[in-house]
Unconditional design. Structure first.
Length: 252
């Protein structure tokens, strides 16, 4: 029987590339996001290209009731989930603390922190029952260092880092692996979302250097799941070669 992975935020960027990677390796994939049409298209593409089963679940991860309804709708044959990849997330705005919008702050905390908690709590019984579960939380270098105008995005990713560490401790008795992956700058739709659709400004973020690609993350995420049962990669910080950390970027 094929193994099962659930990937949140699979309509673009890391999540989409990760779904493609796992499907290409023979996993059945549960893919989530709000954009239903994109989920449908990806499902059709993956199931026909790789002969795997795909279950698309469209919901807003900030909406606790919607998350619960979606997870409760997972058919019995899909419940033996082996891997949960908590990837859905965003930065909204890049503003000085006193100028930032409360709506943006709510959005980031509700998505990056509360959404991750809602889905983890609901999927855990399946992972515990399977006895070999693995949770991968996508943090950020912003969860390791705080930078100017990063305020609540950085705080939300520091929270992801703390939640990851606490999961690893509390889930130890269930034999569940917990891996935190913290990428630096990667060229996805991330900056378009953060900068509210300002294409020119979003492009500038990646000018003058080769940023990480979504496929790089997909390969790293997949690698963490291929290790022997007794080995767990706990914490990975990954940047492109041109980036040292949140502060040093070698632009040409
Ligand atoms: P993208 O914008 O390309 O993808 C974000 C994904 O998250 C989309 O599939 C989106 O789906 C989903 N998502 C966002 N909000 C919600 C919501 N309310 N409900 C359900 N799904 C949601 O960005 P990335 O792939 O770059 O980002 C993925 C993760 O990686 C995020 O957690 C981000 O913080 C993190 N990250 C990104 C970095 C980068 O430089 N790109 C670096 C470090 C970390 P939809 O809109 O369809 O709902
Ligand atoms: C995304 C990377 O540097 O924009 O998490 O915070 S950064």
């Amino acid at each position: 029987m094929n193994r099962i992975v659930l990937i949140t935020g699979a309509t673009s960027g890391f999540g989409k590339a990760t779904a493609i990677k796992f499907a290409s390796e023979g996993f059945n994939c549960i893919i989530t996001g709000r954009r239903e049409e994109r989920l449908k298209q990806l499902s059709e593409e993956l199931s026909s290209r790789y002969s795997v089963d795909i279950l698309p679940l469209s919901f807003d991860i900030r909406d606790r009731k919607a998350v619960q309804t979606a997870i409760e709708s997972i058919p019995a044959q899909w419940q033996s989930i082996n891997i949960l990849i908590n990837n859905a997330g965003l930065a909204a705005g890049r503003d000085y603390f006193e100028e930032a919008s409360l709506d943006d702050w709510d959005n980031m905390i509700d998505t990056n922190v509360k959404g991750l908690l809602y889905i983890s709590k609901l999927i855990l019984p399946f992972l515990i029952a399977g006895k070999n579960g693995h949770i991968i939380n996508i943090g950020s270098t912003a969860g390791k260092e705080v930078y100017e105008k990063g305020n609540v995005y950085c705080a939300s990713k520091h929270a992801v880092d703390a939640i990851t560490k606490s999961m690893r401790i509390d889930l130890l008795r269930h034999g569940i692996k917990v891996t935190g992956i913290h990428p630096g700058a990667a060229e996805t739709e991330f900056s378009m979302v953060r900068l509210k659709g300002n294409e020119e400004a979003a492009k500038k973020v990646y000018e003058g250097y080769q940023a990480l690609r979504a496929e790089d993350l997909a390969d790293i995420i997949y690698y963490t799941t291929t290790l022997p049962a007794h080995v767990c990669l706990n914490d990975i910080v990954v940047t492109c070669t041109a980036q040292a950390n949140s502060f040093y970027l070698n632009r040409k």
